[in-house]
Structures are given as C-alpha cells and as structure tokens.
Design a binder for this molecule. Sequence first.
Ligand code: HEC
Length: 96
Amino acid sequence: MVKKILILSVLGFSSVMAADGAKLYGAKCAECHGTDGKEASIAGKAIAGGSGALAKLIGYKNGTFGGDQKALMQGNVATISDSDLQSIASYVDTLK
Ligand code: HEC
C-alpha cells in the first residue's frame, strides 16, 4: 500500500515537472530552438533527438560546456534556477 502511494506520487510529481518544463521551454527556448527543438538556423543544430540536456544546460551555466556561440546560451540560462533547468531538460529530452 505504502509502495503504491509512493509510486503514484512519484508519477504525479514527474508529470507536473514535465508540464512546467514544456511551459518554461515555450517561454525561454522556443524562440531560438523552435517549439519542437528542431530549429537549427540559429544554434547550428537541432536539440531534438539529443540526450543529456541537463548536463549541457548546467555546463553553459557554469562555463564548462559550449561551442563558438556559447555566450548566447550562457545569457539564457544564467537567470534560470537549477530546478527549473531540470524541468526544462526533462522536457527537452522528450523532443525527438
Ligand atoms: C537567443 C537564442 C537562444 C535561446 C533563447 C536558447 N538557445 Fe540554446 N542554443 C543557442 C545557440 C546559438 C546554441 C549553440 C551554442 C554553442 O555554440 O555552444 C545553443 C545550444 C543549445 C544546446 C546544446 C546543443 C548541443 O548539443 O551542442 C542546448 C541543449 C540548448 N541550446 C538548449 C536550450 C534551452 C533548453 C533553452 C531555454 C532555456 C535555450 N537553449 C535557449 C541559442 C539559443
């Protein structure tokens, strides 16, 4: 019984996270990456179909990841909290 409640609350929690991630993505990322993550004209490549978005986003934030245009991404993620980045990254990893 306890186990069942635990599983349900974990599932409930992750779907809330996913909804938040989608909303945040739409507000903060879609402009450059497209609503489906497939826009490549600005970033040089699509982010849809990738994996490990969180590591990349944290890397942009702390300066350990990025290419020629990383300054653009650093500006984007600088003001986003780590927990919001986590929600966004979970959403980005679902884009195929
Ligand atoms: C102003 C335009 C712009 C916005 C807004 C933006 N990005 Fe980017 N993004 C870029 C550019 C340009 C790059 C390539 C940067 C580089 O050279 O490392 C990039 C790279 C990335 C990468 C790495 C791709 C890879 O595998 O190398 C990820 C993941 C990413 N963006 C996710 C996001 C997310 C999530 C958001 C919203 C929080 C976001 N971006 C907002 C322009 C943008």
